[in-house]
Design a protein around this ligand. Structure first.
Ligand code: FA5
Length: 336
């Protein structure tokens, strides 16, 4: 048996053939198993001799199968490697690469402008406590101004923040009365809005400055400097009286958008002005809620719409173009 098995195993050319031979000799109905089964019919003297010999043959066949299996696997691998060669001289598949989203470019530029003016960049949570989004900002639940920003509520207590202003409260509480406070906080905000200039998800950058002797003139100067650093020194800003419960007095701020080239001038709106932000002097109740004494310190705050700034900067008419993911849009901004 051993001689024949050795020949056959050596001659097996595939793993399948080898497996058939394994079954033929070593399987339950195999030839060696048959010999071992017949042991009962042998005399007690013959049994140990034949048994020992049969087991030795079994072990040798097992070893032969094992060695041949290794050889065949090696051969298979070599074959695979020669068949699957890669032609590295073939031209590659060209990837279509876009640029940074214009909102990212504008957000980074705005952060840079504020950092250059000494602002610290901080962030706050998008899922916000009703207390920080409204109550602490001088907007109790009975206040009619809560309807000014149509809110996505998650539970009675938690909501998607409608503006970046809750970061004002979080920052002041963290500073524990220390002066000065000077932060800019960019981030996403959410409202039930949806039209060409209003998106349900958009971004704002909040500014907050608290110190002794801060006045409305500081606010106006800061915003003018921001506008000119962002859009060029020929830009003007205009403050219109407005109302926010968390500032007093409050203003909405427009930026001039008349563009002149050669002999002709064009404008982005009928009036030549576009609203980009809300601002004002921090309300005494807000200072109190955040642990500051309004008789000792004053402050100003503002909230700028990042999309509005980007629309103005790049002449984009529909806010939804920023979110389309269309590579033809972002491609135009490669290199920022
Ligand atoms: C506010 O959100 C106030 N928290 C701003 C503020 C901060 C005032 C600090 C005073 C002190 P308002 O709702 O006006 O205000 O939004 C501010 C800016 O966000 C707007 O001027 C506009 O540029 C932008 N904005 C508002 N709603 C949308 C929207 N749906 N899509 C895109 N931009 C928007």
């Amino acid at each position: 048996i051993l001689k024949i098995a050795t020949n056959e195993i050596d001659g097996a050319n595939t793993l399948e053939q080898l497996n058939d031979l394994r079954v033929k000799y070593l399987g339950k109905k195999g030839e060696i198993t048959a010999v071992l089964r017949q042991m009962g019919s042998l005399s007690p003297e013959e049994r140990p001799v034949v048994g020992k010999y049969a087991n030795e043959v079994k072990e040798q066949i097992q070893e032969l199968v094992c060695d041949r299996e290794k050889e065949l696997k090696q051969k298979e691998m070599e074959q695979k490697l020669t068949q699957e060669t890669i032609d590295i001289t073939l031209p590659g598949v060209k990837r279509n690469i876009g640029g940074l989203n214009p909102l990212t470019i504008v957000k980074r530029k705005m952060e840079e402008v504020f950092m250059s003016m000494g602002y610290e960049i901080v962030e706050g949570p998008e899922i916000e406590n009703e207390y920080f989004n409204f109550e602490a900002l001088n907007l109790p639940s009975t206040h009619p101004a809560r309807d000014m920003q149509d809110t996505f509520y998650i539970t009675k207590e938690f909501l998607l923040r409608t503006h970046t202003s809750p970061v004002q409260i979080r920052t002041m509480l963290n500073k524990q009365g220390k002066l000065p406070v000077k932060i800019a906080s960019p981030g996403r905000v959410f409202r039930k809005d949806d039209d060409p200039t209003h998106s349900p998800i958009f971004q704002q950058i909040e500014g907050l400055v608290i110190d002794k002797d801060i006045t409305m003139a500081d606010l106006k100067g800061t915003l003018l400097l921001f506008a000119q650093k962002m859009f060029g020194t020929n830009k003007k800003i205009r403050l219109r009286p407005s109302y926010f419960p968390f500032t007093e007095p409050s203003a909405e701020v427009d930026i001039s958008c008349i563009m002149c080239e050669g002999n002709g001038c064009s404008t982005c709106s009928d009036t030549g002005w576009v609203e980009i932000l809300g601002a004002g002097m921090v309300h005494p109740n807000v200072l109190k809620n955040a642990g500051y004494d309004p008789s000792e310190v004053k402050g100003f705050a503002f909230g700028i719409g990042i999309e509005r700034v980007a629309m103005l900067k790049y002449g984009v008419k529909d806010i939804r173009d920023f979110y389309s993911g269309d590579i033809r849009v972002s491609k135009q901004f490669i290199g920022g």
